[in-house]
Design a binder for this molecule. Structure first.
Ligand code: TEU
Ligand code: CA
Length: 543
């Protein structure tokens, strides 16, 4: 099998509004990002993924798009985008962009026209409009719930209801409509011709809905796992429908119009058996393995996840795609600093006080976790700021919160703003080097201590650990061999072989364990003579 670039790539996720601000308006932008690309090259990432940069109302962090072929003025212009791509390529960094095919903004021209054209019109058929239930159609067409809380249906002036799996400002497109399908093929080509290397596909499993009457209800909710409950809904009415794969087979043909072919990374919140359907030959290439986000620091669970994901992916000729963090979840050092029985999302609701996160422990474990994930075969995604060890900003004042979850939950769910606070680049300054104006989300007073400036050159810093790991990883990541090391893999200690001669040990337990002989390549904490301390990962080269 040819070794495509993405199979072992480390992709760095950029939340553009919070990366770097070039024009002192407090909002990160594309010229700001371009000016900092050399830092990412220094860090040693293979690719970047940008969350949406399209024109948007910014109701949902840019995932409410009004025009799929342009850049939001707050982030720059198409010219700025082209310059950014050229500069990244110059540095050997590939560029993935976010593609959001499930929904548009309610300000998208298509949706405005759908509203104006009225029931039964071809314009309305690009979205999912239905009549309501009950006398006068005053009840929504089904009990489906929005991810952000409340009904997934909103009523318009003429009495019809439209579907939105997310915010009301994000109406769902109708993927049974050929015009919708053709439009997205064209959008893929538009960005492919602008030089992007691929796409991260938002809510990739949700596009196609089963709209046969009567609409079927979903059993249970998102549940505590955060992965969708296919056990209760083996034939889910709007997730992972068999027809959604026709869409990706069409896209795959467009991907192959480019050389090298474009790549698609599926965001699918499902377990391995479902997820691998998206990365079969002829569909997308990668699918996020989110399962590490469900469990915290439990060797037995990690063992099961790693075995399951590697076996699942290889059964379709693909590789696993490891994710420890993104813009939707509580930051690692905070989550790993909480007791195992505390759900980080519930913790957020307390403003991050009940209980307080043990950031020292969380940082120690986050260091061990990243050396664990980066040692696994396949690709990995990093989220901006994790390499600085930023904690969740759980106490943002209510008036600055932007996440629609906050409003739609009637101020019960804190939402995802606390992992989206602008990055600190320097020790001091009005926004710690993010820009020359106060940032759109306020940074904590101690942010300068986490800055790139404070960490670069400090061998004990999180940033230098990431850099060292990325550099060493290149030595074995192209070799996809993986095997549990039966002599050392037991109980709280994960042990596996990588490539020819690398042995990786992850001690999730509370006590030090003897270290097998070998040359220490890298460790997340100093090794004691002959021992691997608690909450520590080591990479060894076997004699
Ligand atoms: O998220 C998809 C998704 O399923 C989310 O509900 C996710 O489970 C949740 O945010 C976790 O708390 C994607 C994007 O990553 C997210 O930022 C968007 O809000 C969403 O799609 C809608 O486009
Ligand atoms: Ca700006």
């Amino acid at each position: 099998m040819p070794h495509s670039w993405w199979r072992s790539a480390v992709t760095y996720q950029i939340y553009p509004r919070s990366f770097a601000d070039s024009n002192a308006d407090g909002i990160g932008d594309l010229p700001g990002l371009t000016s900092r690309l050399d830092h990412l090259a220094w860090l040693g990432v293979d690719a970047i993924w940008l969350t949406p940069c399209y024109p948007s109302r910014w109701v949902d962090g840019g995932y409410d798009i009004t025009d799929h072929r342009d850049i939001d003025p707050s982030l720059g212009s198409l010219r700025d985008f082209d310059r950014m791509v050229a500069a990244a390529h110059e540095l050997g960094i590939r560029v993935l962009i976010d593609l959001v095919p499930n929904h548009t903004s309610d300000r998208h021209e298509w949706f405005r026209r759908a509203l104006a054209a009225g029931p039964g019109s071809p314009e309305r058929d690009r979205y999912v409009f239905r009549n309501g239930r009950g006398p006068g159609g005053t009840r929504p067409p089904s009990g489906w719930e929005s991810r952000f809380g409340g009904s997934a249906w909103t009523r318009v002036a003429d009495g019809q209801w439209y579907l939105h799996l997310f915010a009301p400002e994000q109406p769902d497109l109708n993927w049974a409509n050929p015009e919708v399908r053709a439009e997205f093929l064209d959008i893929l080509r538009f960005w492919g011709r602008r030089g992007v290397d691929g796409f991260r596909v938002d809510v990739a499993a949700a596009l196609v809905k089963d709209l046969r009457e009567p609409l079927r209800e979903v059993v249970g909710g998102e549940g505590s796992t955060g992965l969708d409950d296919f056990a209760a809904n083996p034939d889910h009415p709007f997730l992972d429908r068999p027809e959604v794969h026709d869409v990706y087979r069409e896209w795959n043909r467009v991907f192959h119009e480019f050389d090298p072919p474009l790549v698609g990374v599926a965001e699918v919140w499902a377990r391995s058996d479902r997820r691998i359907r998206y990365i079969r030959p002829g569909e997308l290439q990668q699918a996020f393995d989110f399962e590490f986000l469900r469990v915290r620091w439990r060797a037995s669970e990690y063992r099961r996840i790693v075995s399951g994901s590697i076996a699942g992916a290889s059964s379709v000729g693909a590789v696993a795609t490891w994710v420890l963090a993104n813009h939707d979840v509580v930051r690692q050092v905070s989550a790993l600093g909480l007791p195992a029985d505390v759900d980080p999302r519930v913790w957020l609701a307390s403003g991050g006080t009940e209980p307080p996160a043990d950031l020292e422990l969380g940082t120690r474990r986050a260091r061990a976790a990243i050396l664990f994930a980066l040692a696994l075969p396949g690709s990995a995604f990093l989220y901006q700021g994790e390499e600085l060890g930023l904690p969740e900003v759980a106490d943002l004042p209510a008036e600055v919160l932007r996440d629609p979850k906050w409003a739609h939950s009637r101020h019960k769910v804190k939402g995802r703003d606390g992992c989206r606070v602008p990055l600190p680049w320097t020790r001091g300054g009005v926004s710690f080097g993010f820009g020359d104006a106060p940032p759109w989300l306020p940074q904590p007073a101690d942010w300068g201590g986490y800055s790139v400036e404070a960490q670069r050159g400090d061998p004990g810093s999180m940033l230098e650990l990431y850099r060292a790991a990325l550099r060493l990883r290149r030595g074995f990541s192209g070799d996809e061999r993986f095997g549990w090391d039966d002599r050392h893999d037991a109980g709280d200690v994960l042990a596996f072989r990588r490539g020819g001669d690398v042995l990786v040990l992850v001690n999730t337990g509370p006590t030090a364990v003897p270290l097998p002989p070998g040359e220490g390549l890298l460790s997340s904490a100093p090794l004691e003579a002959g021992f691997l301390p608690a909450d520590t990962t080591a990479w060894l080269r076997l004699p």
